[in-house]
Design a protein around this ligand. Structure first.
Ligand code: NAD
Ligand code: 6OD
Length: 496
């Protein structure tokens, strides 16, 4: 991990961000503003790809499958992806600057998580693709000579990668890297809120010599715009999507007529279970992080905190006090939390703050909008908030809010804790805090989620399966799971 470095100026200041189609940067048609959530100012404009430009991107991606890219060995593709990682690191400060300008997130987080993970994603999948083995089954035949069956892995074709705004570069590269090492071509659409790090990635792809059409970038919105045109395009073979569960449903409908392969990483309403035997300080620091990281805008963030009754009052008082100490501010101000992504998202989160009060909740910290007395008042800042006293049926306990808020409630038995944690339509992540090893495993295993952490949160090994159950997703990515999704296995049977 690199230490935070001072930001260089935003690389696209005052410019229009282009799309990248077939190796050509394209500025055409409609554009939309890129707005800073720190102060509401427009930082750049962005080319919106219409259906015709999306079609050109998909056709360029199809053609590239048959071009030089399709003839590269896996070693050659992986070498190129390592160059992408190196170039991201060479342009590290520009990537950090792009990411913090679009999101307002802290310089510290962008420098230690978002951008390093982008580079790491390319290296990790290059390693994994090179190490991938093929199955081989030796079989007997009536003539006694036998046969060998072995698997070859082919690309699936043109992959649409659709990413959200919360960890823009981390999540886009998390799908682009495995798609490319497996030999596919990609049409990527970042969120309309966060186009800049993807625009830099397009430059990097060109700089390191990725052949034209292999990586295409289209900017724009979702419904009735770029996203919908992409996911309904008949020549797109597979869709790797991260975003809201409701958007996943809409994409499924668009993809259904041409029966595309889907990998979905969707929303969460994640629980933390804190047992009375947990290391108090570790559980407190870990829960503070799991609730408020990235201003609560991580799909893995905890929105429901359940604490065993003997520790409940002490833990909740300490959590509320710590939340009140969190410093809000712009990316380079040494703050703990930046703003939410936009005013529109803040309106949504604030509507849940109001609802929490209406539903009978007591605000232990936050609950409103901070006042700075400067241009940040035109941004999308919101107070970190802790609520107690809501019934489990409350909408604030059941619906994903995706902001810096959690509800805290006590539990009395392990069985009750497990039941409460699993009583949700989502199933992404859980955190279990206890010093009892047997209980740690038993409770973690009982969680109906794709990922459970014991005594930590968001500790990532990129070889492990990542994804969710129920409304939180379809399939798994990570390690061999990503390679499987982005490859078409084919059996060759050789009669000996
Ligand atoms: P979103 O679903 O609104 O948008 C995600 C992307 O989908 C954007 O690029 C958007 O333009 C595009 N899109 C929207 N409608 C579309 C349509 N009909 N067709 C094609 N594309 C469309 O999500 P968001 O608000 O950007 O991100 C926040 C959500 O993402 C939260 O629900 C969060 O939990 C979830 N998320 C999940 C994970 C995970 O790994 N499970 C990771 C990050 C975020
Ligand atoms: O760490 C990852 O690989 C990953 N996909 C994280 C997702 C975070 C959600 O906001």
């Amino acid at each position: 991990m690199r230490n935070p470095t001072p930001a260089v100026p935003y690389p696209f200041a005052g410019q229009q961000l282009p799309c990248l189609v077939g190796g050509e940067f394209i500025l055409q048609g409609r554009s939309f503003p890129n707005v800073s959530p720190v102060n509401g100012r427009t930082t750049a404009t962005v080319t919106e790809a219409d259906a015709a430009l999306v079609d050109r991107a998909v056709q360029a991606a199809r053609a590239a499958l048959r071009g030089p890219w399709g003839r590269l060995t896996v070693q050659e593709r992986c070498a190129l992806m390592r160059k992408v990682a190196e170039r991201i690191e060479q342009r590290f400060d520009e990537f950090v600057s792009a990411e913090i300008t679009d999101t307002g997130k802290t310089l510290a987080q962008a420098s230690t998580l978002d951008i390093p993970r982008g580079a790491a994603n390319f290296r990790a999948y290059a390693d994994l693709a090179l190490a991938r083995a093929s199955e081989c089954f030796e079989m007997g035949t009536p003539d006694g000579r036998g046969a060998l069956n072995y698997t070859v892995h082919k690309p699936v074709g043109v992959v649409a990668v659709i990413a959200p705004w919360n960890l823009p570069f981390l999540l886009l590269t998390w799908k682009v890297a495995p798609a490319l090492v497996c030999g596919n071509t990609v049409v990527a659409k970042p969120s309309e809120e966060t186009p800049s790090s993807a625009a830099l990635l397009a430059q990097v792809m060109q700089e390191v010599g990725v052949p034209a059409g292999v990586f295409n970038l289209v900017h724009g919105f979702g419904p009735d715009s770029t996203g919908e045109a992409l996911v309904s395009h008949p020549d797109v073979t597979a869709i790797a999507f991260t975003g809201e569960s409701a958007t996943g449903s809409a994409i499924m409908r668009s993809a259904a007529p041409t029966v595309k392969a889907l990998s979905f990483e969707l929303g969460g309403k994640n629980a933390a279970l804190i047992f009375a035997d947990a290391d108090f300080e570790a559980a407190l620091a870990g829960t503070l992080r799991s609730v408020f990281a990235n201003c609560g805008q991580v799909c893995l963030c905890t929105e429901r905190v359940y604490v065993e009754r003997p520790m409940f009052e002490r833990f909740v008082a300490a959590l509320a006090a710590a939340a009140q100490q969190l410093k809000l501010g712009g990316p380079c101000e040494g703050a703990d939390l930046g703003p939410l992504i936009s005013r529109a998202h803040r309106d949504k989160v604030l509507s849940y703050y109001r609802l929490a009060r209406e539903e009978g909740g007591e605000m232990l910290a936050g609950g409103g909008v901070p006042r700075f007395g400067d241009e940040r008042d035109a941004g999308a800042f919101i107070e970190p908030t802790i609520v107690r006293g809501l019934p489990e049926s409350a909408r604030c306990v059941r619906e994903e809010i995706f902001g810096p808020i959690c509800h805290v409630a006590p539990f009395d038995t392990e069985e009750q804790a497990v039941r409460l944690a699993n009583d949700t339509r989502y199933g992404l992540a859980a955190a279990v805090w206890t010093s009892n090893l047997q209980r740690a495993h038993r409770v973690a295993r009982a969680m109906e989620v794709g990922i459970a952490w014991v005594n930590d949160w968001f500790l990532r090994d990129l070889r492990t399966p990542f994804g969710g159950v129920k409304l939180s997703g379809i399939g798994r990515e990570g390690g061999a799971h990503s390679l499987a999704f982005f490859s078409e296995p084919m059996n060759i049977c050789v009669k000996l």
